[in-house]
Every structure is written in C-alpha cells, then in structure tokens.
Design a protein around this ligand. Structure first.
Ligand code: FES
Length: 317
C-alpha cells in the first residue's frame, strides 16, 4: 500500500492504481476525455493534469497515467493545474469548436472563445484515441488506427478504404466522447448493380470506416439484431455452434421441462442443435430431460419435437 496526500487529505492506496483512480475512489473529481477503466491508460488529452510534489520536485503530470506512489503530495486544483487545464481546453476548443463536451468543459473553466487564428470549422475528432484503443484492446479487431502527423493526424480505416476487419459492433461509437462516429442500421439497404438499384435487406453501416455489413435476423422475432460478420467472429472465437445466434439475446428464452409430462424419451436431446439438453435421474429413479440454461440458444427446437408437449417457453407479456 502507498501512503500519499491528495488535496491535503491522507490517503492509503494500492500501488497498482493510478492517481486518477485513487482520486475518484476518494470522491475527488478530475476531468478526463481520453480515459476509460476498461482500457489501458494512454494520456492523450492531458485534461486530467495534477500537480505532484515528490522529493522536493514539483511537476505537472497526467493523473490517468501516473501510479499512486508512496510519499506523493498531489493537488488536483492548484492554480498551476487550473492554468494547464485552461490551456488544454483552449486548444481543444480551437480544434473542435462545435463539440458539446468540449464547449461544456471550456465553459466550466471560463473559456468562451478559442484563439481565432487556431480555430477550425468542421473538426469533431479530438484525437483522444478511445475508438482505436477500444477496437484493439476490447474488441480485438484492430480495424482502425491513426494516420498522418501534426495537424494532419486523424483516425481512419486502413488507407481510408472499407475497414475489412471492422465487425460492426459499434464500440468505437459508444466510447467516442464527441459523438462523431456514426453507426446506422438500415432496414432496407440497396446495392447498385448493372440492372439498377436492388434491395439487399437490413444492413449496418459504420460511416466513418466505410463499412457496411449484412444483418442477422432473429428467427423468433423476425427482427435484424446484429451484423452476421460479427456473430460469425464470436462463434469462431468462442467455438459456439452455428445456430447459437439464430435467436437475438432479447428473445432468447430457455424453455422449461414439465417433469410430470416428460417421459425421458430423449427425443429433445437428439434434436437440440447445440447439445444443451441432457437426461438426468431424479430421486424417484425416473429419467427426465434437463435443459441447461447456460448452453440454451433459445431456438425452441425442443418444443417442436417433444412428443408429449412437455417442453414449453414461458411467454412474457
Ligand atoms: S484523461 Fe488523462 S490524459 Fe486524457
């Protein structure tokens, strides 16, 4: 454990925590734009800057990357910290003058207008890298990355073409603090052919990465619910049977066996496409079917094949 002081308060912290995490654990607020607990610290936005005193030295450091060390004296709101955050926000506001979160944070620090000579018109990406890191670290798709440098630095798909490794999960859009990543589900997508425009069914489009993916339709509800490409990737990674995603998660209900009607014939077990049913011996030595809810994909095939109608899905209103 590390003994440190934050804003005059003595705090004990685990040494594998960052200063940002320790501050938040103790109810001390620090603004951030590029930090998420599920991702490795990156230190891109510099908004989480704090002042640190260590062995007679004073420095400004990003709290999301700095480890909680023994003997540190930390200030999250000194005049040097406020000045540094204002500077960061001025630059961010100049780059992205129309981004809501940047405008709100800038206003909180008393900045209304960014320096005019630096101000850009239509930029909505603050280069925090959250989308790239989430795609790499969480989704493990590695579909997008940074390109260019200096003021030409940007996030894009490889060579600006369709991101072939993008699975269409939308995690990039979910973590983006500015809302610039657009994911659209299109009910009736069309495709241009030599004979004109033809309808190709539901599609998910991730505009920023030039990616369009055909959607899988739930066999229970008839609604499209996720890109086929994404489900195929999950099936392969987790060695799931082909039918596992035939039913959307919201319609996946595990049927139950009425043990008074079940005769343990095993018909359901033979027909279950993913092997989610077993036969068990009850206390009275009778054999009954048992559906493992952890394995059941919700396809309801067993309800069709049960000769005694002993397997049913409890329909919810
Ligand atoms: S949150 Fe620490 S640098 Fe962005």
């Amino acid at each position: 454990m590390a003994d440190l002081i934050i804003n005059g308060k003595k705090i004990k912290a685990k040494e594998d925590r960052t200063l940002l995490q320790v501050a938040r654990d103790n109810g001390i607020d620090i603004p951030t734009l590029c930090s998420k607990d599920a991702l490795e610290p990156y230190g891109a936005c510099r908004l989480c800057v704090v002042e640190i005193r260590k062995g007679g030295m004073v420095s400004l450091e990003s709290s999301c990357t700095y480890p909680a060390e023994n003997g540190l004296e930390v200030s999250t709101d000194s005049s040097a910290v406020i000045k540094a955050r204002k500077f960061v926000l001025e630059l961010l506001l100049a780059r992205c003058p129309n981004v809501k979160i940047v405008k709100e944070l800038a206003a909180e620090y008393g900045i209304e207008k960014p320096p005019e000579h630096l101000t850009q018109e239509n930029e909505y990406c603050i280069l925090c890298g959250l989308c790239v890191r989430a795609c790499n670290e969480v989704v493990k798709a590695g579909a997008i990355g940074f390109s260019g440098s200096g003021k030409n630095k940007q996030v894009e798909s490889p060579f600006g073409l369709e991101a072939q490794d993008c699975i269409g999960c939308g995690t990039c859009a979910f973590v983006c603090p500015t809302g610039i990543i657009k994911v659209r589900d299109i009910e009736k997508a069309t495709e241009k052919t030599p004979d004109g425009e033809v309808e190709i069914g539901p599609e998910r489009m991730i505009e920023n990465w030039n990616r369009s993916l055909k959607m899988q339709t739930c066999i229970v509800s008839g609604n499209p619910f996720a890109p086929e490409f994404m489900l195929k990737r999950f099936r392969e990674q987790l060695s799931l049977p082909n039918q596992f995603f035939n039913v959307s998660p919201s319609y996946r209900q595990c049927p139950s066996v009425d043990e008074d009607l079940c005769i343990g014939c095993g018909e359901c077990l033979d027909e279950c496409p993913i092997g989610a049913i077993r036969l068990i011996e009850k206390e009275d030595s009778e054999i009954r079917s048992n559906i493992m809810s952890t394995h059941c994909c919700g396809c309801r095939t067993c309800t069709v094949y049960c000769v005694r109608a002993a397997i049913k899905v409890q329909e919810t209103a």
